[in-house]
Design a protein around this ligand. Structure first.
Ligand code: HEC
Length: 600
């Protein structure tokens, strides 16, 4: 039962009864959406274009279908002149698959942005499909709204258009002139906004509707002692941050590490905010983020226990050499060796990092050196495609294997940590700790890894989407447990695919917007079987252009390397080969070590 709040309901009613308000000259907020092929688009990324055209698409609308060829012709005519064309689908009755088949059937070859939460359409004041908008992508000002031309009406078509409104408006924009103001309203099919109506009539309860969404998606990091820079500790905090919350939600920056759930295999613990949750949060924020009438604030009553070790007391604890972190500036990766002093072979069942200063430690990847390589020299010299045996990133669960599964660390093995710091505005020292959890007995199964990746590449300066691919052939039957894309500042997206020996193929994971700041490990809900001969493929791209806000220097060509001025392209995985036993693995490891010592 939702509480009916009379005042609130009135407020929302006022909001919802407003006519389609966004007019020429208004600004809209930046936004990011996936298109019907799962690709990520953010309005501000097109900031170097002269204009962005959005055409409101909806399945089944005759005016949309008949208008599309004209739109495509305009796209072809203006593509070289700095105009990016998109369709935008806000219809609640359409979904990704039906939109893709409509696109196929009617030959739409433009990206169709999926506005599943209808929030972009709401901010544009969309009322009907087939309407077009011209937006200045750098100021995000609406420069034009109206029909493509006057050829199409309801059940009527003229042989040819007499007025080419969109074309004329584009010409005016490109010439730096004022767009004609006398455009008629665009005919098209009315779009329903059921969530907006429902929120308007029933209201949104802070304590019953909003807080649970924050608890599920945000509070894990945004609480006192958490890794977020501010805590959702009570209503006042959330209300004060609410407009910024809307911005990070609309641009899909938060929650971090979002995947394309439509094509990815089910992933454990991934924080995923649904279109319905987005609508609730944004409508509540737009209404001023009010407290309920009863004044209840569940956030203020929450208590957090922040246990030091979430996996329990470790068997072995190591202190990482404390790192001085300056107040500001970009910090290169640090490679910090950790001597494990293992006097016997051990089977680990988990590894957990406790950052000394959560505000600055952004990620750690732990590589194991072989016992023969005590100096960890090879790693430093650029040979990091050894398996990573664990890591830390905000929001990443500690590495933990099943009770029956372990990973071998041989006697004499040491760790080399790749540590990435971001500055926080004040000087600090980070003293991170590592906890290692051991099996008492050798486990039944052995975890290892495969790393499809690419090391020979040259990314030209300014390249917007330099595609890379890495393949690893899985030589023996194996089970895949987790995947972790790893690139540096220019990483744009990455997906993992399996091509099976029978010729079939499967998409396992798609991270449409890779974020260098979030080195997350994606654990499959159910392990995936990879028969011998499977090609495990990581596909992705680098953005070395000035459009990539993280890019340190778009003028430079970039090659493979360990530092952030270089790039990496690795798809780390955890997988377990069928038939591997502790004995067979120990035997193999010993043989490899003998070969290395002998200099083979
Ligand atoms: C996995 C941890 C994590 C989760 C989950 C998370 N955040 Fe954040 N959030 C952060 C961190 C860390 C930062 C600081 C980002 C930075 O410094 O780049 C941040 C920053 C922010 C900011 C400040 C804006 C900024 O530019 O840094 C807002 C607002 C925000 N988060 C909102 C949210 C909301 C809303 C949710 C839930 C829908 C959420 N966050 C979920 C970790 C998280």
């Amino acid at each position: 039962m939702k509480i009916a709040h009379s005042v609130l309901a009135l407020l929302f009613a006022a909001l919802a009864s407003l006519p389609a308000t966004a007019a020429v000259g208004d600004k809209i907020g930046d936004f990011a959406l996936l298109d019907h092929q799962g690709r990520f688009h953010q309005l501000s990324w097109y900031g170097d274009q002269q204009a962005v055209v959005l055409f409101v698409q909806g399945n089944g609308c005759p005016i949309v279908r008949n208008g599309a060829p004209t739109l495509r012709a305009l796209r072809d005519a203006y593509a070289q002149r700095g105009v990016a064309f998109f369709m935008l689908n806000p219809q609640p009755q359409d979904d990704r698959d039906s939109i893709a088949s409509e696109a196929q059937e009617f030959g739409y070859d433009l990206p169709i942005l999926l506005d599943e939460a209808q929030l972009v359409a709401e901010s544009l004041g969309v009322d009907r499909t087939a309407e077009t908008f011209i937006i200045d992508p750098s100021t995000r000002e609406i420069l034009y709204r109206g029909p493509v031309d006057d050829r199409l009406g309801y059940e009527t078509q003229k042989p040819a258009a007499q007025n080419h409104y969109l074309r004329d408006a584009l010409d005016a924009v490109l010439a730096g002139e004022q767009v004609a103001a006398d455009t008629p309203e665009a005919p098209g099919c009315l779009v329903s906004f059921p969530a907006r109506e429902q929120h308007a009539s029933q209201g949104i309860s802070y304590s019953q509707d909003v807080v649970p969404i924050l608890e599920d998606n945000c509070i894990e990091c945004h609480h006192d002692g958490g890794i977020g820079p501010w805590a959702m500790s009570d209503h006042r905090m959330v209300q004060g941050w609410s407009r910024m919350m809307k911005e990070v939600l609309m641009t899909r920056r938060m929650p971090p590490g979002q995947i394309d759930t439509h094509v990815s295999k089910p992933i454990r613990d991934v924080v995923e905010i649904t279109p319905g949750e987005l609508q609730t949060l944004v409508h509540w924020i737009d209404a001023g983020a009010p407290l309920d009438e009863d004044g209840q604030d569940p956030l203020a009553q929450r208590v957090y226990d922040n246990p030091k070790w979430t996996l329990g007391e470790p068997d072995l604890v190591y202190q990482v050499e404390p790192q001085d972190i300056p107040a500001t500036g970009l910090i290169d990766y640090r490679y910090v060796p950790v001597e494990l002093n293992l006097d016997r072979d051990v089977w680990i069942r988990g590894m957990e990092f406790v950052p000394g200063d959560r505000q600055v430690l952004h990620h750690v990847i732990a590589y194991a050196s072989t016992p023969a390589d005590k100096s960890v020299r090879n790693l430093r010299n650029g040979d990091p495609d050894r398996e990573s045996v664990g890591g830390f990133a905000p929001g990443r669960q500690p590495d933990q294997y099943g009770d029956d599964t372990g990973r071998l660390l041989r006697k004499g093995t040491n760790l080399l940590l790749q540590m990435h710091y971001t500055t926080s505005g004040k000087e600090t020292v980070d003293a991170t700790e590592i906890g290692i959890y051991l099996h008492d007995e050798p486990p039944q199964y052995v975890m290892s890894g495969a790393v499809p990746g690419q090391r020979r590449f040259l990314i030209p300066p300014g390249a917007r989407e330099h595609k890379l691919e890495g393949v690893e052939v899985i030589e023996r039957d194996a089970w895949l447990y987790s995947m972790m894309p790893h690139m540096h500042y220019r990483g744009k997206y990455m997906s993992f695919h399996a091509e099976y020996p029978d010729g079939s193929a499967e998409l396992l994971l798609s991270v449409p917007k890779y974020e260098f700041n979030w080195q997350l490990n994606y654990l499959l809900e159910e392990p995936v079987f990879l028969p011998a001969g499977t090609r495990l493929i990581a596909r992705g791209a680098m953005d070395n252009s000035a459009r990539n806000p993280a890019n340190p220097d778009p003028q430079r060509p970039v090659t493979f390397g360990l530092q952030t001025r270089h790039e990496m392209f690795f798809g780390f995985t955890d997988l377990r080969y069928v038939g591997d036993t502790p004995e067979s693995v120990l035997h193999g490891a010993q043989a490899a070590e003998d070969a290395e010592v002998a200099g083979l």
